[in-house]
Design a binder for this molecule. Structure first.
Ligand code: IPT
Length: 970
């Protein structure tokens, strides 16, 4: 097997680098400064390039099997390690990562790369894990995130984003000047990291002079900043001149998950290969996003299930793709205001291989089989399309390729009609054999949406594989013998033919195998049924023996392969194998179990013993195996008693808004006043004539958002329309006096800019308001998150809170003094008032040590109630629940936010639109799974409530005189 990754031996050196970085950090250097001062690690440098068909490392081609991962959707460096280890063990040799400008920059010139934003640490972990990185720093990233990755402060720029407009380019360069040095020092080319490619921009298709000038500017900037790895794209091939490898994005199933059993055609993307470049699928569908009101992620996972992935990804191999990145491998959570509302709600589970709560799915196991295969079959890196006679059964389709150097054949067989779910059998020509399988009474079976990638004429280590109707999962030389693991669907027949100079000795260790030896050809033909595990030892006279493991799907899925510098390791049994390493004759394995399991290890090195998570695992090397315990049971506290407090003082006429920001900029849009996330309050003052009958309001809250209005303390109602007339109830106006119109704009985040037409600049909040029945002008003030762009809570960052009274006063935080609040239990059926009320509770957890129990909060309520709720856990906004819209009712809380050994605070801000609605429904703590694990998830140090920050200074101005805002633009 070609092991393209840097040897695991580099782990030790990687740790040294990480410690060096830490030491530098402790001197208070900024990221950019430490980039300059950081000593060059004495590590071998590498070259990264490409030939006509594949990426090359040190001149050697390799297949890239990559999964997309966004660290900013998982705010815990320990959990980064978890996900990257899961990806590596799951057959991914690379991960593609967007770096989100918005996540790092609250204000022009202000950047944060600490804590959950420490991308140096992220890239060190990638190196420690041994996974390559495709870095995608934008500046624009799309990604269903706030502004498509553009920071809030960029939204008020005059110049067109994603063009050569000078103000935009200056800002983009500011970001790149911060992120590029970090990326540069983690390049494989420096020997200091595992970055192998750098994507310029994202899905950009402005094929204009300015578009090319813009991309060229970004290319020049990257090179000037020390980026030496290949520059890649995903721009439909428009920028082949500027970029080294132009990739292609494809989501053949689309993003509507409501018909999850319907497949679209699988595309032949071979035409997207650019001359002299490998066929790179920069994003290929690994799931789908789901919008507000959508069918939910279980449906998306079904739409893009293991069968789909297998058929689609093998189809891509049949199209000649040697670089595939699956979007997403792990989606995570768009916590806070990360979710761009036109596409998604808080969960970014994406129906991906690894669930939002970090648990593995059926898709993951399918991906693992494929990933192991592409990493072990080196001839895949250079193939040409081959034309071969169609299968005997015309319902089936085959697509073939051949390696021109060594003749290895690749055949992908599936149903012609992707929606055909019949069980079909066939014979077909493979290699020199006109009709396979040869065994009378057997056939190749394609059941439903199965797809099979069959190899022929393959020099498999020391063996000559003529063909197999089983699929290869992995193979390699394990010390004195070769090992190959092949699989097929349970109950299907398999036929494998190997060629030898002399008749080998064949020993069937387990299962049933019929062997046929043809002395004339030297063919050893094995026939068997895929059923559990069939093991065959083949010992050819005078050459390397082969251990053949013939498994059904489910059995194959129990195998894990993680290589060490001392050779490959194959282990079966546990839910997950995370790491493998040799030391002093001991093979040290770490991993997880979700139930009791039996660990078997196949290795070639002279290990005398095995440890599992540091404990002796006697028998792991023998046929008996060693038993591994499953996790202990976990009981969770019930969230019984809550503290309740209704706020919304802003709606009351007597509220003092003197300290609020006057809307004096010819616009009401909140971004212009430095408020870029969450809810915005507006208070408008006018002198009523008495003839006013309605308020005409214009607002853009973003999809899923809502705005609520009060006049002189009387609730007028709510809307999500762009323009809405709020009727004025009689008796509400105060003719000749100051009248106060209060509007709470419960916004969602910003649009993306996928089409490069500045759509991310769509304003948030009120955009205008006028009175029906009089020409009186309204003077406005507005209020958003405490501090605006000057963050009061840089740990949780710019997207965690908005401008609710409770948020500005720290009611979302641990330690807020809620002692005087009313005690209630949930569901709370007391009649509430429209507007904002807070529910707070605390609970202690002490989960069993050495267990990973992904937790979340689940809401249950009557959908007829109209409200939204901001879900805060220990001060982190874990998500937005919209009771009457959905579909999300359960909110996984990421490990960095939740304390599994300690005190937790849940605070829920309920924004009710119902004039006489009930209180909050049921909220419970939920465990999504339970695993033993060697990993520790440390708490993220984050500030709690403090009087100094959150007890607002008393405003001195009298709100009834002299505090009226300037008149806004009409
Ligand atoms: C592609 C984007 O590049 C990526 O950021 C993400 O938004 C993805 O879509 C969908 O999840 S663009 C492609 C759909 C045309």
């Amino acid at each position: 097997m070609s092991m393209p990754l840097p040897p695991m031996g580099s782990i030790a050196r990687g740790v040294t680098v990480a410690l060096t970085a830490l030491a530098l950090g402790s001197f208070g250097l900024t990221a950019a400064e430490s980039a300059q001062t950081r000593p060059h690690a004495a590590e071998p440098t590498h070259t990264v390039g490409h030939d006509n068909t594949a990426l090359t490392i040190d001149g050697k081609p390799l297949s890239i099997w990559s999964g997309e991962f966004h660290y900013w959707r998982l705010p815990s460096p320990d959990a980064w390690r978890d996900v990257l280890q899961k990806m590596k063990a799951g057959g991914f040799n690379a991960t593609s990562i967007y770096f989100d400008w918005d996540f790092h920059s609250p204000k022009p010139g202000v950047y944060d790369f600490k804590g959950i934003r420490d991308v140096d640490k992220l890239l060190d972990i990638a190196k420690e894990v041994g996974i390559y990185v495709i870095a995608r720093p934008g500046p624009y990233i799309n990604a269903e995130t706030d502004g498509g990755g553009f920071p809030g402060w960029l939204l008020t720029q005059k110049g067109k984003a994603r063009s050569t407009a000078p103000d935009y380019l200056a800002a983009a360069d500011e970001w790149l000047s911060r992120i590029d040095p970090i990326l540069a020092r983690h390049q494989l080319t420096n020997g200091t990291g595992t970055i192998i490619a750098y994507q310029v921009e994202n899905e950009y298709y402005q094929n204009t002079d300015d578009g090319h000038a813009y991309i060229q500017h970004l290319v020049d900037k990257a090179r000037a900043d020390g980026i030496t790895v290949p520059l890649t794209g995903n721009h439909y091939g428009l920028f082949t001149k500027e970029l080294d490898i132009e990739g292609y994005d494809a989501y053949p199933q689309g993003f509507n998950c409501s018909s999850p059993d319907k497949w679209q055609d699988l595309p032949d993307l071979s035409g997207e290969k650019k001359p002299g470049e490998p066929l790179f699928l920069a994003e290929f569908q690994g799931g789908a996003f789901d919008p507000w009101g959508g069918p939910g992620y279980d449906k998306c996972r079904q739409l893009t299930n293991g069968d789909f992935e297998k058929a689609a990804y093998e189809n891509n191999i049949a199209s000649g793709a040697t670089m595939q990145n699956f979007y997403m491998a792990y989606g995570g959570t768009s916590w806070g205001w990360l979710a761009s509302p036109e596409s998604v709600y808080s969960s970014y589970d994406y129906g991906a291989s690894i669930r939002e709560d970090r648990q593995l799915t059926e898709k993951y196991l399918v991906n693992k089989r494929l990933g192991y295969m592409v990493q072990s079959v080196a001839p895949l890196t250079k193939t040409e399309k081959a034309t071969v006679a169609a299968p005997e059964n015309s319902a089936l389709l085959r697509r073939d390729r051949r390696n021109p150097d060594n003749g290895t054949g690749i055949t992908v067989v599936r149903h012609k009609d992707v929606d055909d779910k019949a069980e079909d059998t066939t014979h077909l020509a493979l290699g020199d054999y006109p009709s396979v399988p040869q065994e009378p009474g057997t056939a190749l079976t394609i059941d439903g949406r199965d797809s099979k990638l069959l190899l022929s004429d393959y020099a498999m280590d020391h063996q000559q594989l003529r063909y197999s109707t089983s699929e290869l999962m992995t193979h390699g030389t394990f010390g004195p013998r070769d090992v190959a693991l092949l699989y097929g669907r349970h109950g299907q027949d398999g036929e494998t033919v190997l060629r030898y100079a002399d008749r080998p000795e064949v020993q069937v260790i387990s299962g049933r195998v019929k062997q046929t030896w043809d002395p004339a050809s030297g063919d050893l033909r094995l026939n068997y049924r895929h059923d559990g595990l069939t093991q065959v030892r083949i010992t050819p006279p005078g050459s390397t023996p082969l251990l053949l493991l013939l498994a059904d799907d489910a059995t194959a899925d129990t195998y894990w392969r993680l290589d060490t510098p001392q050779g490959p390791v194959l282990a079966s049994g546990p839910e997950l194998l995370r790491t493998s390493a040799y030391g002093d004759g001991v093979l040290k394995l770490t991993g997880d179990t979700d139930k009791a399991a039996n660990l078997h290890v196949v290795t070639g090195t002279p290990a005398t013993s095995v440890t599992w998570n540091g404990r002796p695992a006697n028998g792991a090397l023998d046929s008996t195996g060693t038993p591994l315990a499953g996790p202990g049971p976990v009981t969770l506290p019930t969230l019984g008693s809550w503290k309740y407090h209704a706020e919304t003082p802003e709606a009351q006429p007597g509220f003092d808004d003197a300290a609020w920001r006057a809307a004096d900029k010819q616009t009401l849009s909140a971004d212009n006043y430095g408020f870029h996330a969450g809810s915005i309050w507006y208070r408008g003052h006018f002198t009523a004539t008495g003839a006013e009958t309605a308020v005409k309001a214009d607002a853009t809250t973003g999809r899923g958002g809502r705005y609520l209005a009060w006049l002189n303390g009387t609730y007028l109602g709510s809307s999500d329309d762009a323009t809405h007339h709020f009727g004025i109830p009689s008796g509400t106006l105060k003719p000749g006096k100051d009248n106060v119109l209060a509007v709470l704009s419960a916004n969602t985040a910003h649009q993306q800019d996928w089409s490069a037409d500045d759509s991310h600049k769509e304003p948030r909040g009120l955009t205008g308001a006028s009175l029906v029945g009089s020409a009186e002008q309204i003077g406005w003030r507005l209020q958003g998150a405490l501090g605006g762009e000057d963050l009061v809570d840089p740990v949780r960052g710019p997207l965690n809170t908005g401008g609710l009274y409770g948020e500005r006063h720290g009611m979302h935080l641990p330690g807020y003094p809620d002692g005087a609040w009313q005690s209630v239990s949930l569901p709370n059926s007391r009649k509430g008032a429209p507007g904002v009320s807070w529910y707070r509770t605390t609970f202690d957890l002490d989960l069993p040590k050495g267990q990973d129990v992904p937790l979340g909060l689940t809401f249950k309520d009557d959908k007829a109630k109209h409200y939204r709720a901001l879900v805060y856990v220990n001060g982190w906004m874990a998500g937005l629940y919209v009771n009457d819209l959905g579909p999300q009712t359960t909110f996984p809380v990421q490990p960095g936010m939740l304390r599994t050994h300690g005190h937790n605070t849940v605070a829920i801000a309920m924004i009710s639109e119902d004039a006489n609605g009930d209180g909050l429904g049921d909220v419970s703590l939920e465990a999504y799974g339970n695993h033993t694990t060697p990993l520790h998830y440390r708490d993220i140090a984050s500030p709690g409530w403090s009087a100094a920050v959150y007890r607002a200074p008393r405003a001195t101005a009298d709100m009834r005189t002299g505090s009226r805002g300037a008149r806004p633009a009409r």
